[in-house]
Design a binder for this molecule. Structure first.
Ligand SMILES: C[S@@+](CC[C@H](N)C(=O)[O-])C[C@H]1O[C@@H](n2cnc3c(N)ncnc32)[C@H](O)[C@@H]1O
Length: 269
């Protein structure tokens, strides 16, 4: 007898109970990077509270009756205040709704998922974390840049270029560069000049390879390969803009070898 063409997954997926909040990672952008659990959440939600980084293609996979609440930045308008978002999640859960809090990438990687989860716990609301494929890894992979390569690097640093509240110089860029580990930066485009300048002033090699991957995993993905010394000028010349991942280190070099045959490598800047 032939094996069934389709194995039903529903019995293996947890039940989404009314009154629960699921903090769901939508992945880096390509709907193909959604996890089965994320899709299950979208198809069972009563309400979806989502950010700007979640694409329309992904929202289109949700249960048609699900209400949508957009809480991201759009057209220069600021995003909803974090406390208001969290309070609205609690309020919706108390209305006995199945609430999906949908975030780009992974909710626990520069996604404020930890803060939201802590507040839900404090309020006595049951929640589930649904990890997503983070843009820092998926974006590089789509561009043909492995985060680690055996024999080349035994670790990577994931960092944000965005300063923490009340802490302008929260990261010691020079010390990070001195580790010799590749650095994968989120939210770095606004402060790229100052970050790079600090690294160079503190002795980083200007020939260190750099890649900037914009709108990674989407059909608009664009990759600029440059060096630490040239990346500020090159990024301006090519009009590089957020959302983008910046990779600094020799991990970038393998792209050259892979890109011509890598189907999802995207356009070169
Ligand atoms: C607030 S952080 C959210 C990160 C997200 N939680 C994750 O795991 O990917 C936003 C930053 O993530 C990066 N980012 C998210 N999606 C991206 C994409 N499709 N392409 C490039 N960078 C992306 C950018 O650096 C952007 O400024």
């Amino acid at each position: 007898m032939n094996a069934p063409a389709f194995l039903p997954l529903a019995p293996h997926l947890p039940s989404f109970e009314p009154g629960q909040v699921w903090l769901v990672g939508a992945g880096a952008g390509d709907p193909g990077l959604l996890t089965l659990l994320a899709l299950h959440a979208l198809q069972n939600a009563d309400v979806i509270v989502h950010d700007a980084l979640v694409s329309d293609e992904i929202l289109a996979l949700a249960r048609p009756q699900a209400r949508r609440a957009f809480v991201g930045k759009r057209g220069g308008h600021p995003s909803a205040h974090q406390d208001d978002i969290t309070e609205s999640l609690i309020e919706l859960a108390r209305q006995n709704l199945r609430v999906v809090r949908l975030k780009g990438g992974d909710p626990f990687v520069f996604g404020r998922g930890g803060e939201e989860a802590a507040r839900l716990a404090e309020a006595g609301v049951f929640f589930r974390i649904v990890p997503g494929v983070t843009s820092g890894l998926a974006g590089l992979a789509y561009a043909g840049i492995p985060a680690t390569t055996r024999g080349a690097n035994r670790g990577v640093i994931l960092a944000t270029g965005h300063p923490c509240a009340n802490d302008e110089e929260s990261l010691d860029w020079a010390r990070l560069a001195q580790t010799g580990l590749p650095i994968i930066l989120y939210m770095a485009m606004k402060r790229l000049d100052i970050i790079v300048e600090t690294m160079l002033n503190d002795g980083a090699d200007p020939k260190t390879p750099v890649a900037i991957v914009e709108e990674a995993t989407s059909p608009r993905q664009r990759t600029l390969v440059t060096t630490l010394g040239a990346c500020r000028e090159d990024a301006k010349a090519h009009g590089c803009a957020a959302p983008a991942i910046v990779a600094i280190g020799t991990i970038v070099n393998l792209r050259e070898q892979l890109q011509d045959f890598l189907i999802n490598a995207g356009a070169r800047a």
